[in-house]
Design a protein around this ligand. Structure first.
Ligand code: PLP
Length: 393
């Protein structure tokens, strides 16, 4: 039986060469490779500043901190995301205010955000954290307008969306990383391109960039990373609170090589999504992902929805059947408000966000990554179709 993993990173000779180069250079933690990765990533998303960090979780934490969020403040975000988006709010004593998502894109629904703000019960909201779920950019024109109207900061969680873009009024196509006040990316092992673990923050604000660069390495002054090198100085000063969120050169070396392949990876993901859409269209019990004009989707995830009323098995059994036939599958995401921590810490309850819950109850993520072969894609399509056929009501 064929085996198609849910994910496999595309690591080749280029990555091996860059990592070896770093290992042999005598400088393995944050240094020239991380600086080069920042510069090249900034060019890739056309951002003014890019700051490499240890992971997207740290990127989100630093970003909220740099925006001055304080205990008791509130931040609007989506419940349909990975816990990192909201857990960092807890680090700062900030309350996540969840708003339900759009049933097509699975992204934060601007209409629900407006309702939450108009209702008057959220006077302490200081920021919005939209998540470009699966790589589908959020409706940033509407979210930016809301942010302007209510004087809120926008910190984008672009963990799924490196390379994505969307049309913005008066601007044309804008890359994710150039829209909100700050944008946070992930280079975790399963992401569109990886550093094994890693993240990046982009911003057009030089002062904020400087503040974050300093804070990401214990609050030590600029270029303190050079303090053990002959070009650096042993003296450093601490001006502000700091964190240990710097990205090592060994990780950055993988990123430098992966970035050169990022466009090719994205083309391949787009091609896989097109083939899935084509292969699974018109099947009664399946709902393929929604896309729209004016966006460049990063296709980090391919989320298929089942129509339970047309099937004799549920989502869990469908996932199991795919696994039994060698297809790696996952489920994204388990809505945060249905989880113990978010219920006990913030009083959320199952039933609060019906759109997110409906998506979750019937979604599954198919394998989508650059290292998949055409035969892998065909096998996934054929297997999904066979299970649907065998279990149609
Ligand atoms: C939406 C979202 N935000 C944040 C993160 C955290 O990323 P990292 O693992 O780089 O900290 C993830 C990780 O999967 C994610 O899916």
């Amino acid at each position: 039986m064929r085996q198609v993993a849910f994910h496999r990173p595309a690591i080749g000779p280029d990555e091996e060469r860059e990592v070896l180069d770093t290992l042999r250079s005598g400088w393995i933690t944050t240094g020239p490779k991380a600086k080069r990765f920042e510069k090249e990533f900034a060019a890739y998303v056309r951002a003014r500043n890019a700051l490499a960090v240890a992971h997207c979780t740290g990127a989100l934490h630093l970003s909220l901190w740099a925006m001055g969020l304080k205990p008791g403040d509130e931040v609007i975000t989506t419940p349909f995301t990975f816990t990192a988006t909201a857990e960092v709010m807890g680090y700062l004593g900030v309350r996540p205010v969840f708003c339900d998502v759009d049933p097509g894109t699975f992204n934060l629904n601007p209409a629900r955000v407006e309702e939450a703000l108009e209702g008057g019960s959220h006077q302490r909201v200081k920021a919005i954290v939209p998540v470009h779920f699966a790589g589908h950019p959020c409706d940033m024109d509407r979210l930016m307008k809301i942010a302007r109207d209510y004087n809120l900061k926008i910190i984008e969680d672009a963990a799924h969306a490196a390379g994505a873009a969307r049309h913005m009024d008066g601007r044309g196509m804008a890359k994710i990383g150039t829209i909100g006040d700050l944008t946070c990316f992930s280079f975790y092992a399963t992401k569109n391109f990886t550093t094994a673990e890693g993240g990046m923050i982009t911003t057009a604000d030089d002062a904020i960039a400087e503040k974050i660069a300093t804070a990401s390495l214990h609050g030590m002054n600029k270029d303190a990373w050079k303090r053990y090198d002959k070009s650096g100085s042993w003296f450093y000063e601490i001006h502000d609170l700091g964190f240990k969120y710097n990205l090592s050169d060994v990780h950055a070396a993988i990123g430098v090589a992966q970035l050169r392949r990022a466009d090719a990876f994205m083309r391949r993901r787009t091609e896989i999504a097109r083939r899935y859409n084509e292969g699974l269209k018109g099947i009664e019990a399946l709902q393929t992902p929604y896309s729209e004009a004016g966006i460049e989707h990063a296709w980090h995830l391919y989320v298929l929805r089942l129509k339970p009323e047309q099937l004799s098995i549920g989502r869990a059994q469908f996932v199991e059947a795919l696994r039994e036939r060698g297809v790696g599958v996952s489920v994204h995401c388990i809505p945060l408000h249905t989880m113990h921590y978010y219920q006990s810490a913030y009083g959320y309850q199952t039933g609060d966000f019906p759109v997110a819950e409906d998506i979750y109850s019937r979604c599954l993520s198919l394998p989508i990554y650059a290292a998949m072969s055409d035969a892998d894609i065909d096998y996934v399509i054929d297997t999904v179709k066979a299970i649907e056929r065998e279990n149609r009501r």
